[in-house]
Design a protein around this ligand. Structure first.
Ligand code: PAF
Length: 282
């Protein structure tokens, strides 16, 4: 695997691949890689000829008081993991390479409506930062296909909408959530949790499964189900963020006639804010 730090070098390497008729698959990340990321690499490999991953801790998507400064930077271990899964190129640019005019002067990409709810409400400006950096990374890598984890379901929706609205020639694929043997969705932020908190964290997915089962059994009182779930999470030790039963295609609150649903949830546990979701087909 070749590690590249500049846009110029990346373009020249990938232009050569493209001239050879290669289809480029792309997995953008912020590093501190776990098995969930590596499954995205597997999916990219299965859907392209050349796999590019990026590691860039994007300052634009962190709010004030969030964990930008403490976000784990583990480049060497990440390089080993990516190489072991057959990734061809790692693009690891500096802040100055990505934002040469500084963050304040950067043109930004805003995806309205869908960016403003749920995680967007708890983290104002977060999805603007994500949409901006992903648009830039698409311009740098020019991939044919890009893979994003479904754990960040709202992020995936924002990126799909942005790609469609800006007519970007990139196929966006979602990848199923990777979980540990107790059901906890793998996340870089799980590393902030103590052993006890990790035991508690599994309640998030267990609660989502319980709500999904209630809905599948015919319960359509969605606001009551959301409130029950919030109380269950609180008694397990979480602090509330959001818990919403939504229609899957636009993440608006689900109605009784909707058949394709997703329950999206975020809750705070100790130092971490965990998110997860579950999809339901009725
Ligand atoms: O999901 C992430 O790791 C980040 O939000 C992404 C898509 C790499 C953009 O910085």
């Amino acid at each position: 695997m070749r590690t590249i730090h500049t846009i110029a070098e990346l373009r020249s390497a990938l232009n050569a691949e493209r001239l050879n008729g290669k289809r480029i698959g792309f997995v953008p990340t912020m590093g501190n890689l776990h098995e969930g990321h590596l499954q995205l690499i597997d999916q990219a490999k299965a859907n392209s000829d050349v796999v590019v991953s990026s590691i860039f801790v994007n300052p634009l998507q962190f709010g004030q008081g969030e964990d930008l400064d403490n976000y784990p930077r583990t480049l060497q271990q990440d390089q080993e993991k990516l190489a072991s899964r057959g990734c061809d190129y790692l693009f690891a640019p500096s802040d100055a390479e990505v934002y040469p005019h500084g963050r304040e002067a950067q043109t930004q990409v805003e995806v309205p409506v869908i960016s403003d709810m749920y995680c967007g409400e708890s983290r104002p400006g977060h999805f603007r930062g994500v949409a901006t950096v992903v648009t830039k990374l698409f311009g740098m890598v020019q991939p044919d296909v890009a893979i994003f984890g479904e754990k960040d379901f709202q992020q995936l929706m924002v990126i799909r909408r942005m790609t469609e609205d800006l007519s970007l020639p990139v196929e966006i694929q979602g990848a199923a959530i990777a979980r540990n043997n107790k059901g906890l969705a793998l996340s870089s932020r799980n590393g902030y949790l103590s052993e006890d908190e990790l035991d508690t964290a599994v309640n998030l997915y267990a609660t989502l499964q319980a709500t999904a089962n209630q809905i599948k059994s015919g319960d359509k009182d969605f606001s009551e189900l959301e409130e029950q779930a919030q109380k269950r999470l609180e008694s397990a030790g979480f602090a509330r963020d959001y818990y919403k039963i939504c229609r899957r295609y636009d993440l608006q609150p689900a109605g009784a006639d909707d058949k394709e649903l997703v329950i999206v949830a975020a809750a705070k546990l100790g130092p971490a804010r965990l998110i997860d979701n579950i999809q339901i087909n009725l």
